[in-house]
Write a protein that binds this ligand. Structure first.
Ligand code: MN
Length: 454
């Protein structure tokens, strides 16, 4: 059951008010102010309160919540008794991952977020006037090390942006027939690899693999000779991912109407892709080694609750989808997404400005589809959107599309050109929703590509 289902102004997808505030989620109230000073450009105002795992030189991994440029240590707060009414064992807060916390259920997680909102509220004296507790429980984010927030059991990647699918289909097949016949009937996806999902700030080596030299494309099977070496066409994919917050049993299906109850929150996601390896290997079972060498996520999980005020209408789905994929209300979310490339010791250049609202298939449909056959979901499973491109070239979500397969190189601020990603380039994804003076951001999803291992 959706938290705010009863209070939306209108369930018709055609006449939804642009702006509304869900009165049941008190912590989202735009008028809230914290006693901690938060820069208006910060991703982490009191209305956000995303969850993550951090450690310091002197402390083991634990759950933190971001507020401005600081992190609130929930293990310390619980130990000091600030969550006494919620009766949560402290081991939940000192785990290496958020899974056990998420397993407490949406209601408890929501109550914790509400309690933190109260403790940080400028009108509440409890923590505001307790300097001793503040000194123990607050650290600057710049002084802590963010960890992978969840133990990811399974990872799925969808292909749900129509503009992206049309771009790729146009490039590699036929502009008149860019979308394959299944595309508008189901959210296409594939099972990815969880072991190589890394947290922002973790650098990785350029992948090596088999590729087919361009002059051999289209030759008969008995005449081709692939080569082995570092990928020459390394790309990013601008994506988001959502994290499963409530498990299901084998055989169970999730409906679009109850999907939100199974989603804990979202992160930014870079699905690094080696296009030359992909082109050679993907037939007939889809991507394999071209995708599973690394995927980068942002460290803070922004709760679905915090994103609720930014829900917007999605694309009209035509042809009409099968009943199990139909949904009510606004299921897309207005999240600005930006990609930057930073050469070694150089300046950042923005190369894409897209938006999560450009998704053709929404998370609720993806989850309904994923489980319609009885596939079970576990807490911590990660489901990524697929590359999110918008309708204009400025909003394309991969180098493949931005440079149109390398035929239109882009210029960085330092004058250098890129067709794909060079060694020692850092790619940074940033994302935020903004409305009514509130900016709900995700922080950074960032990694540098090191030269291939010799
Ligand atoms: Mn992808």
């Amino acid at each position: 059951m959706r938290l705010c289902a009863g209070v939306y102004p209108e369930h018709s997808r055609r006449s939804v008010k642009k702006s509304y505030f869900c009165p049941m989620i008190k912590a989202n109230d735009p008028s809230l102010k914290s006693w901690i000073e938060v820069d208006p450009k910060s991703d982490f105002p009191i209305q956000n309160l995303p969850f993550g795992i951090f450690k310091t030189q002197s402390s083991s991994p634990r759950i933190g919540v971001a507020i401005g440029d600081q992190v609130l240590d929930l293990a310390i707060l619980n130990k000091l008794g600030f969550f006494n009414n919620l009766h949560i064992d402290n081991s939940v807060f000192t785990n290496q991952y958020l899974n056990d916390f998420i397993a407490l259920g949406n209601n408890t997680c929501r109550n914790v977020r509400q309690r933190i909102s109260d403790l940080l509220n400028a009108d509440h004296a409890e923590l505001r006037d307790n300097k001793e507790a503040q000194a123990k429980a607050l650290q600057y984010i710049s002084n802590v090390q963010m960890q992978l927030p969840v133990k990811i059991g399974d990872y799925t990647d969808f292909y749900s942006s129509m503009d992206h699918a049309i771009n790729i289909g146009t490039m590699i097949r036929d502009p008149k027939n860019a979308l394959l016949s299944n595309w508008k009937h189901l959210p296409v996806g594939y099972h990815g690899r969880a072991s190589s999902i890394i947290v922002s700030g973790t650098n990785f080596h350029r992948p090596k693999g088999q590729t087919l030299p361009a002059d051999q494309a289209g030759k008969p099977a008995n005449e081709v000779q692939p080569v082995f070496g570092p990928s020459k066409l390394l790309d990013f994919e601008l994506e988001t991912a959502f994290i499963i917050g409530k498990e299901t049993q084998l055989g169970d299906s999730i409906t679009t109407a109850n999907a939100d109850d199974h989603i804990f929150g979202m992160v930014l996601f870079n699905d690094w892709s080696a296009r030359d390896i992909q082109t050679w290997e993907y037939v007939p079972l889809g991507p394999f080694l071209s995708k599973n060498f690394a995927s980068t996520i942002s460290p803070w999980i922004v709760t679905l609750d915090a994103l609720e005020p930014f829900r917007v209408e999605g694309y009209k789905q035509d042809p009409k989808v099968l009943p199990y994929l139909q949904y009510e209300g606004n299921k897309n979310i207005d999240i600005n997404l930006e990609v930057f490339i930073q050469p070694e010791n150089g300046e950042e250049t923005i190369v894409s400005h897209s938006n999560y609202k450009f998704m053709y298939w929404n998370m609720e449909q993806q989850l309904a589809h994923h489980t319609v056959n009885g596939c079970n979901m576990n807490i911590g499973d990660m489901l990524a959107s697929g590359t999110i491109s918008g309708p204009t070239p400025e909003s394309f979500g991969s180098m493949m599309e931005i440079t149109w397969r390398g035929t239109k190189p882009l210029k960085l601020k330092d004058g250098s050109e890129r067709k794909f990603i060079n060694d020692n380039d850092t790619v940074i994804i940033r994302g935020y929703s903004e409305k009514d003076g509130v900016r709900i951001g995700f922080g950074e999803c960032k990694a540098m590509v090191l030269p291939a291992k010799s």
